[in-house]
Design a protein around this ligand. Structure first.
Ligand SMILES: [Zn+2]
Length: 320
């Protein structure tokens, strides 16, 4: 069974509640991205459905636990429309109707709202009506990275579980298990920039992998003031599709923004950005960044890809 790392105090409190069966019908799981909200939600759902007699809950092995952990339990319901920007009041109203239909097979019907902060006030008020007086078997888990975006009336009816950062030793060890094959430096570096949250450290590592080869070359040329290299990179790019070039230039702009952060003493996400920040001046980075932003705007208009790549050879020229 997936376990929540760290957060000892929170886990002790929950273990006591699980053992005594005194579970709240509404929990607010609060913490930044990558802090373990989803893992905790899954454990809570399992604890609510677990049918093991005595012993530790959730047991992780009874049929109900297994269904929850495999995301197959019919009474654990995710309330979200991921393709929409907000969690709509219509969706919450539909949920409210569903709440009054008894569980299929579980002890409870658990509603998980993964983007609770994206409910507008109307949706929150609609939810409030049902969490004020839910049927006995209903439970709600509200996940949010911004608890303050929820109405005080909602917050006051929920038990807040706040996720904490992990210690460095714990975090780096967990990261090396999840991302095998990385050097200790890479791991420590990602960890130091993650704010202490494993999910963010993992995202940082995979982001570094996600850099396009052209972006890595650009970073290299720009950092080394390699004018020829830059030309050799840009010429074949004239054959790219508009969308491809746009996505590359956006990545280059992000790279330079991070290089500027590095220059102002903040940690940049990408190693490539650090190299630039260490070897080029802030003015050089800023000028190149402005050129890239202008290029992105032009590309969104009518300019031809070939013309733009030609112009970029001049605009990104390395003078100092
Ligand atoms: Zn169980």
């Amino acid at each position: 069974m997936q376990t929540l790392l760290g957060n000892e105090q929170l886990k002790r409190g929950l273990a006591a509640a699980f053992a005594s069966g005194r579970l709240s019908h509404c929990y607010l799981l609060a913490g930044p991205a990558g802090s373990g909200k989803h893992t905790l939600a899954r454990i809570l759902c399992a604890a609510m459905e677990c049918t093991a007699e005595g012993g530790q809950r959730p047991c992780g092995s009874c049929l109900q636990c297994r269904k929850v952990l495999d995301k197959l339990h019919p009474d654990v319901i995710t309330v979200d429309e991921p393709d929409k920007k907000t969690v709509s009041v219509e969706l919450i109203r539909k949920t409210r109707e569903d709440v009054f239909i008894k569980p299929n097979e579980g002890l409870r019907k658990v509603y998980v709202i993964p983007r609770a902060m994206d409910m507008n006030p109307a949706a929150q008020n609609a939810l409030l009506k049902v969490i004020e007086e839910p049927p006995e078997y209903a439970a709600f888990l509200l996940l949010t990275d911004a608890a303050e975006r929820l109405l005080p009336t909602i917050r006051s009816r929920a038990v807040t579980l706040r996720l904490s950062p992990l210690s460095e030793a714990e975090g780096v060890a967990a990261l090396s298990r999840r991302c095998p094959g990385r050097s200790p430096e890479e791991l420590r570096d990602a960890w130091s920039r993650s704010g202490g949250f494993l999910g963010q450290a993992e995202a940082l590592l995979s982001e570094a992998e996600a850099l396009a080869p052209e972006t890595r070359s650009f970073a290299d040329c720009f950092a080394r003031r390699d004018r020829m290299g830059l030309t050799e990179l840009l010429v074949p790019m004239e054959r790219l599709k508009r969308e491809q070039l746009l996505s590359l230039l956006n990545q280059w702009a992000e790279l330079l923004s991070q290089a500027l952060l590095v220059r102002s003493g903040l940690p940049g996400t990408w190693e490539a950005a650090r190299k630039i920040g260490q070897s080029r001046t802030g003015v050089a980075c800023m000028e190149a960044l402005c050129s890239l932003r202008r290029s992105v705007e032009l590309l969104q208009g009518n300019i031809g890809v070939g013309n733009l790549c030609g112009a970029l050879q001049v605009w990104l020229d390395i003078r100092e």
